[in-house]
Design a protein around this ligand. Structure first.
Ligand SMILES: C[S@@+](CC[C@H](N)C(=O)[O-])C[C@H]1O[C@@H](n2cnc3c(N)ncnc32)[C@H](O)[C@@H]1O
Length: 659
């Protein structure tokens, strides 16, 4: 997976002749820090560093160049220097209003002078916005999915070559920067590696994303911007003007752009409309967890600038890190293409409905005649968990099932920091406010029914409070509890540290131990086998990664001619043959019933200038290793959860003996 590294960005000489992007020493493109400072940004005490891991993999990160104190401003990036779709929308609106404004924010103080240089031709902005509107809609908002809009925006800037004022930034994007491969976000993983994840919920999300990627890259884009067949209910062929000049956007190129958008964007909910933005240099900071481990944070200003501040004392040479949110490994893999081992936010999620609760508690309380739940218990559980009474959602307003977790984490988090990542930027507030990445928010947001798991905070309790509440209600012998529990919240009833009666709690811990064991046994491989696999030659990522040379596709747009100046659209003649190249899930459209077929056009394209077999083998090996790491992490989580419930049962039993 890769795209032409040099051509779409233009040659050094032509870029210099177009007036932008050269560094102080004449190097091209200019280092990001120099470029930012030259255009009204701030870079203070941090620098971009390239690192080569022993495995042979290359990565970039930010390091402190001197000692930094909490509150120090490290980087500030004005809106016109960011790659964001709302800048395009603003340019299109201004043009439609007859203002003829070419820059995204032309009247904003010191940035005003820059705006002209950062101009976006109104006709192109309008064409791009028209394309945005045709994108599939996220199942959460009903609006065009932001990942697609941002992908189109990246491709647009890429297609402008040296005419794009963001060229020094584009040159640093993974897949374009020398030696830095495209992040292997889950939707770009090989199918056999996806199967090896052994986790249905994630596999389903990945298949959904793969479907939409294929649909947009192979069918929708060619149809919208060129010819192609018109499907029923779809827009007419050639409905939109092609804003990409000669850059041929196929599935592979669109996938690259979407992966870049997902893995690098910050969500902003301030200002007139929520948006997403790629922030040069700031987006080089890597992710750490838990939240408290990050030594820097991001804040957005009301005029669209995004700034990074030190949150703690940072010593010279130390890595400057952010937290992308309270992501479990499911969301990290979907949106960023990596997992954390261990990940304090990880959990084993599964769907819980009334039937499952009934079978879990069977014979442990409730209705003495049937051994199942009594009607009052079913009603109380339904009310507290928002679950449908009879297992079928809809009729009584309850959900058919809710997604709950088992986690290996024993410590409980202070509630003060239990903030869903999606709520990080308060719309309309006057002061600068913290921002978090929103490509994938808090883990549980991949399902609409899992908000309580998010609210459980950055460090989960070993058992989802809703599951524990259901078991506590379901194992009651005595209806006398009903009134008391009716007045309590689900978090109170399901709090790990509380209990109703000691013997009942011991029974519940035994039920949970049996559940965790059953879930663990449902995996085809064991922890030991996975560990062995990871250390085996067949998953030797080091060897494979060392063999990677950046994938470079053939037939990409040629270098822009010297006459291509800032503001001028790339002409199709200058790029003749065309280059090609949980919230996370809710943000995507729902999967239609019939998945699409693989697009032969994208798959069959030849690549030159590198060894495609070696690159594919390396990518395949990385995917396979990540899949095994992912499932190993899940099993470890289940194992820890099992240990936590067994330990608690023993503790309670010991207390009973003493008494
Ligand atoms: C916003 S970028 C950070 C800069 C990135 N390292 C680069 O070189 O472009 C996010 C990407 O960095 C990598 N990354 C960030 N944090 C990581 C971590 N803790 N472990 C492994 N990879 C990480 C992943 O590839 C992810 O998709």
């Amino acid at each position: 997976m890769g795209i032409a590294r040099h051509s779409p960005l233009g040659s050094g000489s032509s870029a210099r002749s177009s007036g932008g992007g050269a560094g102080a020493d004449g190097s091209w493109p200019a280092p990001l820090d120099q470029w930012l400072v030259a255009h009204g940004g701030v870079v203070n005490g941090v620098q971009l560093r390239q690192v080569l891991y022993p495995s042979g993999a290359t990565d970039r990160l930010l390091v402190a160049t001197r000692d930094l104190a909490p509150g120090d401003l490290l980087i500030s990036v004005p809106s016109p220097l960011q790659l964001r779709y709302d800048n395009i929308e603003a340019a299109a609106e201004a043009a439609a209003d007859g203002g003829g404004i070419e820059g995204p924010c032309p009247e904003q103080g010191p940035a005003a002078g820059e705006a002209a240089a950062l101009s976006i031709p109104p006709a192109e902005a309008a064409a791009l916005v028209k394309l945005y509107e045709q994108m599939p809609r996220g199942s959460d908002t009903g609006a065009p999915a932001w990942q697609f809009k941002q992908a189109l925006t990246i491709l647009y800037h890429l297609s402008r070559g040296a005419a794009s004022p963001l060229q020094p930034y584009l040159a640093q994007l993974p897949g374009l920067a020398p030696g830095v491969p495209t992040p292997r976000v889950a939707m770009l993983m090989y199918d056999d590696a996806v199967d090896e994840l052994q986790y249905g919920a994630l596999v389903q999300d990945i298949r959904n994303q793969k479907y939409w990627l294929r649909h947009v890259g192979c069918q929708l884009m060619p149809r919208l911007t060129g010819g192609g067949q018109q499907a029923e209910g779809e827009p007419q062929p050639g409905t939109c003007t092609n804003p990409f000049g000669g850059l041929e956007v196929d599935e592979e190129l669109f996938g690259w752009a979407a992966a870049v958008a997902m893995s690098r964007c910050f969500g902003l909910s301030r200002g007139p409309r929520p948006t997403h933005t790629c922030v040069p240099l700031v987006d080089m900071a890597n992710h750490v967890a838990p939240r408290e481990a990050a030594n820097a944070e991001i804040r957005s200003g009301s005029d669209g600038e995004v700034a990074m501040y030190a949150k703690k004392q940072i010593r010279a040479g130390e890595e400057v890190s952010l937290t992308y949110g309270t992501h479990d490994n499911h969301n990290l893999l979907l949106s960023y293409g990596f997992t954390l081992q261990p990940n304090p936010y990880d959990g084993f999620f599964f769907d819980l409905n009334m039937e499952t609760i009934e079978s879990l508690v069977e014979g442990q309380g409730g209705d003495p005649t049937t051994g199942g739940l009594a009607d009052w218990q079913r009603e109380l559980i339904s009310q507290k968990l928002g679950l449908a009474l009879g297992g079928e959602g809809g009729a009584d307003g309850g959900a058919e099932s809710i997604r709950v977790y088992l986690s290996g984490v024993v410590a409980e988090a202070p509630p003060a920091i239990a903030v869903p990542a999606g709520a990080e930027v308060a719309a309309g507030s006057s002061a600068a406010v913290p921002v978090a990445r929103t490509a994938a928010e808090a883990p549980a947001t991949s399902t609409p029914t899992s908000a309580a798991a998010v609210a459980a905070g950055p460090v989960r309790q070993p058992v989802d409070p809703r599951l524990l509440a259901a078991l506590r209600i379901g194992t009651l012998q005595d209806r006398a509890w009903e009134k008391l529990l009716a007045g309590r919240s689900v978090d109170q009833i399901g709090a790990w540290g509380s209990l109703l009666a000691r013997q009942q709690e011991i029974t519940i811990m035994q039920l949970l131990a049996a559940l965790a064991s059953a879930l663990y046994s449902s995996f085809p491989t064991t922890i030991q086998q996975d560990r062995q696999l990871l250390s085996s030659a067949s998953l030797d990522v080091a060897a494979a990664a060392a063999a990677v040379t950046l994938t470079t596709k053939s037939a990409s747009p040629g270098p822009p001619s010297p006459s291509t100046s800032a503001g001028a659209p790339p002409s199709s003649s200058s790029s003749s043959s065309g280059g090609s190249g949980s919230s996370a899930a809710r943000e995507w459209p729902m999967h239609p019933s019939r998945p699409g077929q693989l697009c032969s056009a994208a798959v069959g394209k030849a690549a030159t200038g590198f060894d495609p077999a070696a690159a594919a083998a390396a990518a395949h090996a990385r995917d396979a290793a990540e899949a095994v790491r992912f499932r190993l992490g899940l099993k470890t989580t289940l194992e820890r959860s099992l240990q936590a419930v067994v330990a608690r049962a023993k503790e309670l039993d010991a207390l009973k003996q003493i008494r």
